[in-house]
Design a protein around this ligand. Structure first.
Ligand code: DOR
Length: 432
């Protein structure tokens, strides 16, 4: 057995904060010691760094199969590893749609050499058409734990109720639970809208999506969770009203969880003023009062997880006019640094938001999201909290470059990432 030690860092996980040298068995990929001074064959000094459970992104579009010009599982997993992620849940709006065991198997085949764990989610409805349920039992047997029609919301309340009831009867072989995730958007209200409906959309002459298009579906799905007793996860919350609804639902004890994306706690709809499609995203960027409410939700635990909604698009598609360009922006390589720079949260809370809670929501907690202790798989991110760097869209590992954060200075850098015991990022560079 050869072993590697990371020495001099501060370990932070759900057990708190403590000094510790982490020793990994290179062949099994497991943590073998978390004691200061533990012997090892080689040492990597990480003085001044935080050693935390690798991040888990429960919302990424890696575009394979179908749009490999924008991203592949390999390029997306490299972007993820550079962002400190050791697991990514991929979204099902691939081409063909991830709504069958065949496509799930295809994604898992592509993932065999990925630089992080890839866990495909699958569509709730066939083709994400909102009309008939996907073969959920077969998909669960193939390893799927999260279902979503992301890209659109499931409009039919009756079908959503049936999906929740059906999912509640499905058993997993490993005892993990199944979750239905919702892209909350009532399309009758949002259609024709390419940005938030408000003062800026009026000024720019662009069609708007009102906050209520999101909030109505948040309220509906909280009600359906109450009706069925099933867990619902609410994706990319972006409005003050949505945050308030989730806060009230949690206070009443309903089993809902929620995520927010970095762009919704860092950017406002005023960014659309130059008609640059890099700022087009669904749900859209909102006014400052909504951004502040999302930040409050992340602080007080209403929002459980940061999820990137990493949505790569080719340059030619993002060069279309604002109203015809596809929505979406990159997230994996910048998410942690943005949260660390902008949110004014303790590292302990950031670890909950980036690792512990998303691992639990996605059913990955047996191997992701900590705790950092002997016997657990070595899935780790090692963070230099002092390092300031500038986002450069030309330097990203993603095949696409549609980041709205190009040129922004951020503090907090992922120095090393360890996935299943392998050093996949060393000093901010991917090793393969
Ligand atoms: O902006 C978005 N882009 N929102 C979504 O829901 C889908 C995503 C994509 O697939 O590009």
């Amino acid at each position: 057995m050869t072993t590697t030690a990371f020495r001099g860092g501060t370990v932070i996980d759900q057990g708190g904060r403590r000094p510790g040298d982490i020793v990994i068995d290179d062949s099994s990929g497991a943590i073998v010691a978390v004691e200061e001074g533990s012997p090892a064959d080689r040492t990597i000094e990480v003085d001044g760094c935080y050693v935390v459970p690798g991040f888990v992104d429960i919302h990424s579009h890696l575009r394979q199969p179908g749009n490999e010009m924008a991203e592949t599982i390999e390029s997306g997993s490299r972007a993820a590893a550079l962002g400190g992620y050791t697991a990514v849940v991929t979204m099902p709006n691939t081409d063909p749609c991830t709504d069958s065991v065949a496509v799930v198997s295809e994604v898992l085949d592509y993932a065999a050499d990925a630089l992080c764990e890839i866990k495909p989610s699958a569509a709730i409805t066939l083709g994400r058409s909102g009309e008939a349920l996907s073969p959920m039992a077969e998909l669960v047997a193939a390893g799927v734990r999260m279902f979503t029609d992301d890209g659109t919301g499931l409009q039919d309340a009756q079908l959503m109720r049936r999906a929740l009831e059906y999912a509640s009867g499905l058993l997993t072989d490993d005892g993990t639970s199944i979750v239905l995730s919702q892209h909350c958007e009532v399309s009758a209200l949002s259609q024709g809208g390419v940005m938030h409906e408000g003062a800026w959309s009026s000024r720019l002459g662009l069609g708007g999506q009102p906050a209520e298009a999101e909030e109505l579906m948040v309220a509906r799905d909280i009600a359906l969770s109450r009706l069925t007793g099933m867990r619902v996860h609410l994706q990319h919350l972006s409005t003050a009203g949505s945050v308030a609804l989730v806060r009230a639902a949690k206070a009443e004890g309903h089993p809902v969880t929620a995520e927010a994306a970095p762009h919704h706690f860092t950017l406002t709809d005023a960014e659309c003023a130059g008609y640059d499609p890099v700022f087009k995203v669904h749900p859209p960027l909102r006014p400052a009062s909504d951004v502040e409410a999302v930040r409050d939700g992340l602080r007080d635990g209403t929002i459980d997880a940061v999820a990137t909604d990493h949505a790569p698009h080719t340059p030619d598609s993002k060069e279309l006019p604002f109203d015809t360009a596809p929505p979406g922006m990159l997230g994996l390589e910048t998410a942690f640094a943005l949260a660390h720079t902008e949110l004014d949260l303790e590292m302990e809370r950031l670890v909950e938001l980036f690792s512990t809670a998303p691992a639990r929501i996605a059913g990955l907690a047996d191997r992701q999201g900590g705790p950092i202790e002997p016997g657990r798989a070595a899935n780790l991110a090692i963070i230099d909290p002092e390092r300031t760097w500038t986002v450069d869209r030309g330097a990203l590992a993603s095949l696409a470059s549609n980041t709205p954060f190009h040129g922004r200075s951020v503090t907090g850098m992922v120095r090393h990432t360890v996935f299943a015991g392998e050093l996949v990022v060393v000093d901010g560079k991917a090793t393969r």
